[in-house]
Ligand binder design. Structure first.
Ligand code: SF4
Length: 296
């Protein structure tokens, strides 16, 4: 019988980190501060903007389709913004915070003007305290978890349309595992209906871009291939130590000379080294110690 507590949990973001670099995966997903026992995380204005807008939009799924858009999205956004306001949201000052906040406001004004599929029926995947999850491989004790931003019900075909809200300016790269993972989550957790459509909604430019759905068997294999590499690295870390398992392919940050690394790992290396370039700003919702990178 597989054991969920000893399983390796993988998600779009953790596998994305691993693909970028194993050391980055370790820093973002495994390292725990020995003083607090908490994982660590760097907060940034982009991340805070994304969280506030996503909370507003995803929260709408709790209401019936016909009255959903009666809600005042901007008032909901104000309430969500309070949770990320100031230093804890990674903002260096009032001016920067105002700049980001207005971006989210404009996105939600556009959504209010043209809510598209938000006025249609939607479904939610079953979930408890953990994000939606299922056994990607019982044999290897690997669980895939994640949250699909929105799942529209398509009555004409009795099928599902999966949508990812994008608050950043960059388009999702081809070859991203995001849609394959969403497809697998829906397939495993909502057996009644098939996914027949997938889209990214770029909220800043208000563009809804439909993407070709991946073949489900290929998707499963692609995701499992990466997940097995993650598991393998974690097993190596247990056996031979972290330094051997999670290696930087380029030239990792050197604490002694303060050189090397890249923007993805350096702030985390600062945390590990107790460097004053980062500042602790609080404990997050998942009991992670949150830091901001000081900017001068
Ligand atoms: S510098 Fe190396 S360790 Fe740091 S994120 Fe880039 S590839 Fe990974």
């Amino acid at each position: 019988m597989p054991d969920k507590y000893t399983a390796v949990w993988v998600s779009h973001s953790s596998m994305g980190d691993f693909i970028k670099c194993p050391r980055s995966y370790y820093l973002h997903n495994m390292y725990k501060d020995p003083r607090t026992g908490h994982k660590v995380s760097i907060v940034s204005p982009h991340m805070s903007l994304g969280i506030a807008v996503h909370e507003v939009l995803e929260g709408l799924a709790d209401f019936p389709a016909d009255t959903r858009m009666d809600r005042d999205l901007l008032a909901l956004y104000e309430a969500e913004w309070k949770k990320v306001s100031g230093k804890k949201g990674g903002f260096s000052g009032d001016e920067e915070e105002a700049e980001f906040k207005i971006r989210g406001k404009v996105m939600l004004e556009k959504v209010t003007c043209d809510p598209r599929f938000l006025v249609n029926k939607c479904i939610k995947l079953p979930q408890d305290k953990m994000p939606c999850n299922f056994y990607l491989s019982e044999e290897h004790n690997i669980i895939l978890n994640g949250l699909v931003d929105w799942i529209e019900y398509l009555p004409q075909t009795d099928s599902l349309h999966i949508i990812d809200f994008k608050t950043g300016k960059n388009e999702e790269k081809d070859g991203s595992l995001q849609l394959p993972i969403y497809l697998l989550l829906c397939d495993a957790l909502h057996k009644k209906r098939k996914v027949t459509k997938a889209s990214y909604w770029y909220l800043e430019s208000d563009k809804l871009i439909e993407k070709k759905l991946p073949d489900i068997d290929i998707a499963r294999q692609e995701v499992l291939d990466v997940a097995l590499k993650v598991k393998d690295a974690r097993d190596t870390a247990k056996r031979d130590g972290v330094e051997k398992a999670f290696v930087c392919p380029h030239g990792a940050y050197d604490i002694t000379t303060k050189t090397g690394g890249c923007s993805s790992c350096r702030p985390y290396e600062f945390i590990l080294a107790g460097d004053s370039a980062v500042e602790f700003v609080g404990v997050g919702g998942f009991s992670q110690d949150m830091y901001v990178l000081k900017r001068v």
